[in-house]
Design a protein around this ligand. Structure first.
Ligand code: UD1
Length: 417
């Protein structure tokens, strides 16, 4: 339950990145020894990945300080990611490449349709087949085998895919010979995975570009790694501060990670001051100006920030267009915002928004992770009370969001999960 109208003010520390932590946790399956991960965010998706690794037989334990995980995959003796886990978290598909590369077999339930479009995994499968894997689909499971091990391949992705790139890298590091992966995703979280894999002994070149060259090695060893900060979490709080005409500072994040998101915030009229590891945003009490958004793979505008900017545009000064090019069906939050009085017209992949001075609090329903964050932002600016239902979506990707927003002065409380 949120009572809107208070400008956010104060200081927060960034959490570790969900989208970096999940592939890095999956990558521990490649190591012959134990791994230590620090800065792992406390989130439902991380718990799901922990359960998945433990169900394969890995030993996973939480250590002090919070966010430290010890993972030892030495005891893995099962190779199946069951439907019950994959259906709650699509990123479960990230165990496919590591299991296949290290143990020569993997069975992963097909991720079903999901609230933000069909999200196929054909490119993950094609990349692994190019490395010699035999893959079939039986009773809803992807069954992958490489009894003689994988071999390096030259593979080009038709579409830029983050998870597909991660699975292909994690397979290539233990394949025989060289792999050249072309048209790969360049998201910073992939750079963090590559950094962890290098610490384990992998030979990867070209990170940050659209072509990666991987020389396979015969084995990888355990390693320690601190997970990078969550640029989407940071971006979400900055947008919330801009929408409420507030003034906040976020520590523990390199501003370069936010790139185009900070450019767009500046266009709304925000004063930004960036240090090497902190970002301060000050609206000086002004109403934000509307900004056009079109989502693109990194370094373009991230689809995971689109819903939050839709909420900001709904109360901004002026007209804007928000175009979603990565996922179908990812403008659902805009329908809920209309129930709060937002002036948004939706056609295919574009929302046309006429900013209103304010929104009215209303009961609304979250449909996915970033949509829930955007409805919380809408609630923070609306007059009166907003009740966001199905808030469990938000716990997949935000650590203690209500606690953090309360620290920034918001009137928000959790009624149930
Ligand atoms: C990851 C992120 C998610 C983010 C998305 C795009 C994680 C855990 N999740 O998701 O937060 O929104 O990147 O930045 O890191 N596609 C295919 N075939 C495939 C794979 C993907 O056609 O085999 C398409 C998808 O349908 C989509 C596009 O490629 O249209 C991008 O999806 P992808 O980058 O794979 O997203 P995820 O890795 O699932």
């Amino acid at each position: 339950m949120i009572r809107g109208g208070t400008p956010l003010q104060g200081r927060l520390a960034a959490s570790g990145s969900k989208n970096a932590a999940l592939p890095i946790m999956a990558a521990t399956l490649l190591a012959e020894g134990a791994c230590e991960l620090q800065g792992v965010p406390v989130l439902r998706d991380v718990t799901t990945m922990t359960t998945l690794l433990a169900s394969l037989g890995a030993s996973v334990s939480q250590q002090e300080p919070a966010g430290t995980l010890h993972i030892d995959s030495g005891s893995v003796q099962r190779f199946r990611a069951p439907y019950d886990l994959v259906k709650t978290m699509r990123a479960s598909i990230l165990v496919l490449g590591p299991l296949l590369a290290r143990f020569g077999r993997a069975e992963v339930s097909f991720p079903g349709g999901c609230a933000i479009g069909s999200r196929p995994v054909d490119l993950h499968i094609q990349a692994l087949e190019a490395m010699g894997a035999r893959i079939s689909v039986e009773s809803g499971y992807i069954i992958a085998e490489a009894p003689e091990g994988l071999r390096g391949a030259d593979f080009s992705f038709d579409t830029v895919t983050v998870g597909g790139t991660e699975n292909a890298i994690m397979a290539a590091v233990l394949a025989r010979g060289e792999s050249v992966l072309r048209n790969v995703a360049r998201e910073p979280e992939i750079g963090d995975l590559v950094c962890f894999l290098r610490r384990m002994g992998a030979d990867i070149k070209g990170d940050g570009t659209d072509t990666l060259v991987v020389q396979g090695v015969s084995a990888l060893h355990g390693a320690s790694h601190r997970v990078m900060p969550d640029r989407i979490e940071v971006g979400t709080y900055l947008v919330a501060a801009a929408a409420t005409r507030g003034h906040i500072t976020i520590d523990g994040v390199n501003p370069d990670l936010l790139g185009i998101v900070l450019d767009k915030l500046q266009q709304t009229g925000a004063d930004l001051s960036c240090e090497s590891h902190s970002i301060a945003l000050d609206m000086k009490g002004r109403r934000p100006m509307a900004v056009d958004i079109e989502t693109q793979p990194f370094p373009g505008f991230p689809t995971d920030m689109q819903a939050q900017f839709t909420a900001l545009n709904a109360i901004a000064d002026g007209r804007s267009r928000v175009t979603e090019t990565i996922f179908e069906n990812r403008l659902m939050q805009a329908h809920e915002m209309r129930r709060m009085g937002a002036d948004i017209e939706i056609t295919a992949d574009t929302a046309r928004i006429v900013g209103r001075e304010t929104l009215q609090g209303a009961p609304v329903m979250a449909s996915d992770l970033r949509a829930s964050a955007s409805l919380v932002i809408a609630g923070l600016v609306a007059d009166g009370e907003t009740r966001v239902d199905r808030i469990y979506h938000i716990d997949r990707g935000y650590e203690d969001i209500e606690g953090n927003l309360q620290c920034l002065g918001a009137d928000i409380r959790r009624i149930s999960t």
